[in-house]
Design a protein around this ligand. Sequence first.
Ligand code: ATP
Ligand code: MG
Length: 400
Amino acid sequence: MGDSRFQAFLLKYAEIGVKGKNRHIFEEALEKQVKIHLHRTGADFEVSRINGRIYCEASGNFDQDTVIAELKTIFGVVGICPVTIVGDKSIEGIKEAAVKFIGENYDDKGFTFKVDTRRADKSYPLTSMEVDADVGEALLDAYPEMKVDVHKPSVWLHVELRERVFMYSKIIKGAGGLPLGTNGRALLLLSGGFDSPVAGYMVSRRGVYMDAVYFNAPPYTSDRAKQKVIDLAKVLSRYTGPINLHIINFTDIQMAIYEKCPHDELTIIMRRYMMKIAEHIARGTKDCFGLITGESIGQVASQTMKSLFTTDEAADYPVYRPLIGFDKQEIIDKSEEIGTADISILPYEDCCTIFVAKHPVTKPNLNIIKNSEARLSGVIEELIKKAIETDEVITVSKDH
Ligand code: ATP
Ligand code: MG
């Protein structure tokens, strides 16, 4: 008779199942990620692939909540099924295990169910339909409140007849998306707010490794603001793997803009220089093919269509803005779900909030902005070079 606790997990993935010839690349990437994540939990798991799913079996004790929380951070995993392994393969053993399984996992037995048996072991003496019927009957005998519904049951009890017998009924929602390592790398412009961490998550979830850049403006911004960004990167790295976080000292550029350019244009001009420096970093990073920012149309003055047009013009690199159509509340909800909200909500200023004008332009004209920037010529080139020299790279990962 199997132990009552879950001893294994079946991980379901969907999208990667339909990628034709690339399928094995995706599956291998996913298997690798599953191993990395499980390793972090400190528990010992054997990971293998069977029939379009990944199977992880523990060889010792583990903390279920920790392992499930970890599995939820793996991009590419659609569903996580905690599995009980039934030691006794006989039909009597399976029936007994099913009664115990339902008894322990469902307090209230007033639900409809269906038994779904898969007979992967073709030598098993009973057909899958016979096992369905026998197990169903055993459950109805044990728990008369339960009812069979073969069309729309609220609980599917899955029984898989293999070398050993797997039993599971719950599917916990996974992070979805595609496994890391299947789509290169991108550079996230990471500030301390709610938006950019969520933007980074959204892109990385499509299988993209991530680096980040933060423009720091000491002494106008505090060490706490910098630490906040490092902490955000740390949370993101649970999902994205290690992040090389570039910290650029932006103060001199910011001061030069402040002195020479109209104040209502400060934000947009600052943003344009951020894009240029970010592009420089991205070009120097292996496999890095895009920039990521956290704007959504119209959220603030610097995020109108015209402002985005003007910002975009500063760099040639593709800029991905996955939050472009999101409302603020939807972004905040997402940040709560992924765990960045508690940090984003801290009040420490990032460099932009200190230098914002009372009435920033909402419809910046590109030619006018370029004229303002011309006032910086002869100085700005050197300042950009110097700012790039200040680049401090911190490798942030969940394990550090
Ligand atoms: P967030 O919530 O991400 O801080 P925000 O709503 O404050 O964004 P803006 O200040 O308009 O928006 O910035 C737009 C985007 O520009 C940010 O989402 C981020 O990607 C990037 N950005 C802004 N400030 C910085 C900074 N100091 N360092 C790095 N990137 C920045
Ligand atoms: Mg911000």
